[in-house]
Design a protein. Sequence first.
Lengths: 116, 238
Amino acid sequence: MSKLELFLFVVAVAQLVFVIEFVRRRKLLEGFAVLWITVGFGGLVLVVARPLIDRVADAVGIAYGASLVLTLGIAFLLLVCMSLSLHVSKLESRVEVLATEVAFLRGVRDPVAQED
Amino acid sequence: MSALAGLLVVIPALNEEATVAAVVRGARERLVADVLVVDDGSTDRTAEIAQAAGAFVLSHPFNLGVGAALRSGFRYAAERGYTMVLQLDADGQHDPAWAPSLIAPLDEGVDIVVGSRFAAGFHTGRLRRLCMRWLARIVSRRTSVAVTDTTSGFRAFGKRAVERFAVSYPTEYLSDTVEALLLAAAWQLEIREVPVEMRPRQGGQPSTGSVKSLYHLIRLVLVIALHRVRQPIDQRRH
């Protein structure tokens, strides 16, 4: 195992450990955990499957396996960001609806009696 | 009953303790109307001061934006059976003396009356003026009504507009004025513009800096470009 492979291996394992720990502490929803666990395992696969990656890269006409991984990685991250933006948009509009409901549930305060 | 019965003055307010009392009193002196201050998450004494000045007060738990405050105002109006809403800024820019000329067209069946600064000779920076002209041209074309001051927040709304906007009103900055007109046109509501004079703000901070303004303007371009093909805003969807 080369130094690079060892480094990638450690990073992937550390990521899995962190994700599982966040789920254990109930800081991360299981749904998101599934995503990041998949990414962690993907990292592990990359470590052991470098010859395969080079062959795939060659097949699709990309000179270096590393370029293929980077390209796919960036595309994947963009997708994740998009889906998070969608999530946040939905949450924002829900928060707005809830905050308005809270305001109405608390009720409208009547004017303080005027002396005139 | 006076011609103004059933009128609710809605004043969205965010940290306007310096000016809100005068605005509330001004509206109550000039108009036969109830006054609702929608306190949009103020951290100062806006709500108490408005209440003491004779306004009904609805407080958002935190800041949601002028559009959301207006929507709450429309909802309150619709729930309580008010047939007209007059929108007034809490910073004192809008002189209630002009209110009657905004409200009068409602009796003729107009749904939204926009008070325009330009019609009465309004001067502003060149860039801002250019943007406002461009907005005016687009909105006028889409609504088939000549509107020169699309971002004016000095407006009066009739019953149909109040009921529509109570459930669905655009809440983001600039959308709350410009997009609302496009929505109104799509709903076949009748829009009219009347000239008004506005005073310089009496206190408080202007809403945005220039970078933020640019962002909001670009956002608005997207809103306008997509307006015709977008699904309607529906707060009940969630």
